[in-house]
Design a protein around this ligand. Structure first.
Ligand code: URA
Length: 408
């Protein structure tokens, strides 16, 4: 296997070879059969981000538009967060649903989010360990087959992939993100799943919060038709692409549908229904100030005047992890209330001494190291930086690529 992985690293693989490998990896373990659930089931997968609370918003949006979301999500590791951890900041919320409970809730509400159980694509875990020691982790066909083997095992009819790119993402370069996006779209569509991809920016954190309960509160704001503009915009784009995969209409029609259920409360009501069905305390959704709150706060201030020209998302994610919001290694326990509230973002003007970010934790000893990391993430310059668009490219089910940004 090590020889094969190294050969693939050197020579690459054709799209056909990549799909054959992916299907063999998918078939190495359990495969979830969602076919007894009614309607078109659509899933979404992100290659990882910082402050990325989009699943918490778009799953209820898509369900409120009449498309089934039977979602199995993972936990966070390192600088990136996981949807399951964010949902667990709701007292009582269960992510360990049995198969029967999961199916019953999806049938009743069109939506459920549970943790991943079973042995999905075990070949991927073994191959990843070998990639690690043979320096073949960064092969695009191997990354694509690793991600898609697990996604295909989850059984949805349609898959929307969010390939993030930038300092906080697995893919640091736009050109590499585009290659990965194309490889994954090809695997999905040639395996009989309607697959589309958005390439989105992850140079700066998404929205104004990083950390589990903080991100959930921000997602609730967006579900109430408010919240930060960037989160709302990306969520509408992602949800619209999922609705389009389910045959709900053209992209502009699907965008309008998604915006409508955010503004008329239907998506918010879906989240409340799901939380109640999964044993969570709905009163904290209605009153997010009742979510876990950190005992201590610490202000990070601008060290000079000017414009924020950089807010390195990976370092922001690491700072949040140092506050207790993330896991350095598997099995670490989290502080659901810990994290960062960003008062200013890339492109904003700041004056020396102004508060840029508020750190939150239940352990004051964590503040100095986290503040140092966050200060490293920030660059302030004299010229207002030009920001790239949030959605950099889209690949449709037909393989058509639209680019909204050019690197040069
Ligand atoms: N995520 C995965 O699941 N696999 C990879 O190879 C890289 C990122």
């Amino acid at each position: 296997m090590s020889a094969l992985l190294m050969a693939i690293w050197f020579n690459g693989m054709t799209p056909e070879e990549t799909t054959i490998l992916t299907l063999a990896m998918r078939d190495s373990g359990d495969i979830v059969d969602l076919s007894s659930l009614p309607g078109f089931k659509v899933d979404k997968h992100s290659t990882g981000g910082v402050g990325d609370k989009t699943t918490l918003v778009i799953a209820p949006v898509v369900a409120a538009c009449g498309v089934t979301v039977a979602k199995m999500s993972g936990r966070g590791l390192g600088h990136t967060g996981g949807t399951v951890d964010k949902l667990e900041s709701i007292p009582g919320f269960r992510i360990d649903l049995s198969r029967d409970e999961f199916f019953r809730i999806v049938k009743e509400h069109g939506l459920a989010v549970t943790g991943q159980s079973g042995d999905l694509a075990p070949a991927d875990k073994k191959m990843y360990a070998l990639r690690d020691v043979t320096a073949s982790v960064d092969s695009i066909p191997l990354i694509a087959s690793s991600i898609m083997s697990k996604k295909l095992a989850l059984g949805s009819d349609g898959i929307l992939l969010d390939v993030t790119v930038g300092s906080g993402a697995f893919m640091k370069k736009y050109s590499d993100a585009l290659k990965l996006a194309l490889a994954m779209a090809s695997i999905g569509n040639s395996s009989g799943r309607a697959t589309a991809v958005l390439v989105t920016d992850m140079d700066s954190p998404l929205g104004n919060t990083i950390g589990n309960a903080l991100e959930l509160a921000e997602a609730i704001e967006v579900l109430k038709g408010r919240g930060p503009k960037d989160v709302r915009e990306v969520c509408i784009e992602l949800a619209a692409s999922m609705l389009q995969l389910a045959g709900k209409g053209s992209l502009p029609e699907c965008r309008a549908m998604a915006a409508k259920v955010l503004d008329n409360g239907a998506a918010y009501a879906k989240l409340c229904d799901m939380v109640a069905a999964q044993g969570g305390d709905v009163s904290v959704i209605k009153n997010p100030e009742r979510l876990p709150q950190a005992h201590y706060k610490y202000e990070v201030r601008a060290q000079e005047s000017g414009y924020i020209t950089q807010m390195d998302a990976e370092l922001c994610g690491i700072a949040s992890m140092q506050l207790g919001a993330g896991r350095e290694k598997l099995g670490d326990t989290l502080d659901p209330s810990a994290g960062i509230v960003l008062m200013r973002k890339t492109g904003d003007a700041v004056s020396k001494g102004e508060v840029i970010a508020m750190l939150k934790s239940n352990d004051q000893q964590r503040f100095p190291a986290a503040a140092e990391t966050l200060n490293k993430a920030l660059k302030i310059g004299s010229a207002k930086p030009k920001l790239r668009p949030l959605v950099l490219a889209r690949i449709g089910v037909d393989g058509h690529v639209e680019k909204f940004f050019d690197e040069n």
